[in-house]
Structures are given as structure tokens and as C-alpha cells.
Design a protein around this ligand. Structure first.
Ligand SMILES: Cc1cc2nc3c(=O)[nH]c(=O)nc-3n(C[C@H](O)[C@H](O)[C@H](O)COP(=O)(O)OP(=O)(O)OC[C@H]3O[C@@H](n4cnc5c(N)ncnc54)[C@H](O)[C@@H]3O)c2cc1C
Length: 287
């Protein structure tokens, strides 16, 4: 199907985009922001949404790119998945994000889809929210009242729902540097180039053979990404051995509420969470 007709705005700055959004939403218009379009366009084509106006962020150069800001990487919301896989700063300081982005769809989707769009879309089966949560990212949201920063733990509110309001934009993702950490993203799906049935994002800092810090978060084990805090706590202070990892990974599904769908029931997802957590931790521990 082709989408229902809509008006199209293509601002060239964040301020212009916010002013357009403010004017349209205050006059009661149904507006959608367009990032890379890899989730929104299918929704429009299926006519699951029929906004009166689409505001395209594609011409706002300031929203693209990765820069260092002290101990933090500042990643523009319109940075593509493809850039996330290759950017030297991301690979050096937030390797987990690069590894997860490599598993997103196919090269065409990765060249158009954006890190910010994937986070605001907040698909429970999407691969970027859990790694962002694991690395304690925070999201910079711009609106009429200025900018506010929301931690990943509060950003994802429910299925396809985040802290970003209808007249607001996600402009930047701030990720504390995890330089020298081992990382892995384990994704289970039935066919190549598909969303996660379950995914596990893991990052470890190993010092002299012992696990000094651990971060683990799960994809598609609830309506929002879930931090596996029991696994993290069980790992810290342990030697990075296969036994310690196997024991800690058994707690992966603790506190989760996995969905049931045609791909898997809840018990199978809990089983997958344990297996994938073990595999991800083993890879991350190997450096
Ligand atoms: C064939 C196919 C396979 C795919 N496979 C995977 C996969 O394996 N794993 C995976 O994780 N994803 C997958 N995706 C989804 C892909 O990752 C999308 O790129 C991503 O979900 C959305 O990013 P986008 O930039 O395209 O956002 P869009 O589609 O443009 O927007 C998505 C939503 O976010 C909003 N939005 C976008 N940017 C902003 C912003 N800066 N501020 C405020 N709101 C914003 C939009 O209004 C919309 O509601 C797949 C998509 C396709 C088409």
C-alpha cells in the first residue's frame, strides 16, 4: 500500500524543527517525526498511522556524528546504524553498541536507520535499547522548554513508548566511555536479518583475571529492555572463569516478564536468556 497523503516539512536545524513541532502540535495536528524511516515508513505504508504532517530530520547535519566529550561519547540521534558499526570512537569506547548495530537487519536498513530512531521507536525486540541500557547511556531530549537528560533506565517507559513527548526530539545519546571493556551482543532469531527473539548485551571489565565491573541487559524479555542486575552482582569480584560465568548466567531471567508470541513462549525465552547470557559473557571475558 502507499501511505495516506501527508504534508512534509524538512527543517535544517533543531530549533526550526522544534518550532514547527510546537506550532503543529499546539494547533492539534497529528504529526510524526521522520528519522531514517526504517520503522516509520512501513507503519505509514500499512496505514497503521496516518499523520497529517511528517517532519523529516534528514537535513539537520548537527544531529549526525560521534564526538568525545570528556569521559562521555556524544552520539547524534541521526547517526546511522552503519556509522555505529564503523566509527572508531564507538568501537574504542562503546564496542557493545557497534557489535549490536552489526546485527540490525541488512546493509540497506543499516545505512538509513538511525541509533536515535531505534531508541525512540522502543520496539521490545529492537537490538539497540538493551546495549544503551547496559552502558548507562542517557538521552538528551529537546523541546520548547529547553533540553533535559533522561537516563536509559527511565527513558523506555513501555512497548513503543519513551520519555520523548510529541513536540520533542531526541537529539543526542550520551554514553559513558567503556574503554578497554570486553563486549558481546548475542542475538537469537529464526532467520537471518530479523529482530531478536531474545538478545543479550554484555560488557565486562576484567583486571588481572578478575571481573571488576559487569553490565548485562536483555532484549525482548519484557515490554522494555531489562537490566540483569543479579547476573552483574554475581560476577563482580569473581575470577573470569567458565564456571563463574555459567553460575551467574543462571540468574539471567530473574525479574523478567517475557512476551509470548508465535516465535517463543515465556519459558523458552527464559531458557534462551540463560544460554545467551552465558555465551555473551564468555565472549566479553575473552576480551
Ligand atoms: C527489513 C527491516 C529489518 C529490520 N531489522 C531490524 C533488526 O534486526 N533489529 C532492529 O533493532 N531493528 C530492525 N529494524 C528497524 C530499524 O532498526 C530501524 O532503523 C529503527 O527501528 C528505527 O530507526 P529509524 O531511524 O529508521 O526511525 P524512523 O523509522 O524514522 O522512526 C521510528 C520512530 O521514532 C521516531 N523518531 C525517529 N527519530 C526521532 C528523533 N530523533 N526524535 C524523536 N522521534 C524520533 C519516529 O517518529 C517514529 O515514531 C528493521 C527494519 C526493517 C525495515
Amino acid at each position: 500500500m502507499i501511505p495516506a497523503p501527508f504534508d512534509y516539512e524538512a527543517p535544517t536545524s533543531v530549533d526550526e524543527a522544534l518550532s514547527i513541532l510546537r506550532d503543529l502540535t499546539s494547533s492539534g495536528k497529528d504529526v510524526k517525526v521522520l528519522g531514517g524511516g526504517q520503522s516509520l515508513l512501513p507503519v505509514l505504508r500499512l496505514r497503521m498511522a496516518a499523520p497529517e504532517v511528517v517532519v523529516d530530520l534528514g537535513r539537520i547535519d548537527d544531529l549526525r556524528g560521534v564526538r568525545e566529550d570528556g569521559d562521555v561519547l556524544a552520539i547524534g540521534a541521526m547517526t546511522t546504524h552503519d556509522t555505529m558499526t564503523r566509527d572508531p570512537l564507538v568501537r574504542q569506547h562503546a564496542l557493545l553498541l557497534a557489535l549490536a548495530a552489526e546485527t540490525v537487519a541488512d546493509p540497506q536498513v543499516r545505512h538509513r536507520g538511525t541509533f536515535g530512531g531505534a531508541l525512540v521507536h522502543a520496539d521490545p525486540a529492537g537490538d539497540m535499547p538493551a546495549p544503551a541500557l547496559a552502558l548507562d547511556a542517557s538521552m538528551v531530549i529537546a523541546g520548547a522548554a529547553g533540553r533535559r537528560t533522561v537516563a536509559a533506565a527511565e527513558f523506555f517507559e513501555d512497548l513503543f513508548t519513551t520519555a520523548v513527548g510529541e513536540d520533542e526530539l531526541l537529539v543526542e545519546v550520551r554514553v559513558p566511555k567503556h574503554t578497554g571493556w570486553g563486549a558481546a551482543y548475542e542475538k537469537f532469531n529464526r532467520v537471518a536479518q530479523a529482530w531478536s527473539i531474545v538478545g543479550v548485551a554484555a560488557a565486562l571489565r576484567v583486571e588481572g583475571g578478575s571481573i571488576a565491573q559487569a553490565r548485562v541487559a536483555l532484549t525482548n524479555m519484557g515490554s522494555v529492555p531489562v537490566r540483569a542486575t543479579s547476573v552483574e552482582q554475581a560476577l563482580v569480584g569473581q575470577q573470569a572463569t567458565a564456571d563463574a560465568i555459567r553460575t551467574a548466567a543462571q540468574a539471567a531471567a530473574e525479574g523478567t516478564d517475557p512476551p509470548v508470541d508465535a516465535n517463543a513462549d515465556a519459558d523458552y525465552r527464559r531458557h534462551l536468556a540463560g544460554v545467551l547470557t552465558r555465551r555473551a559473557l564468555q565472549t566479553a571475558a575473552a576480551g
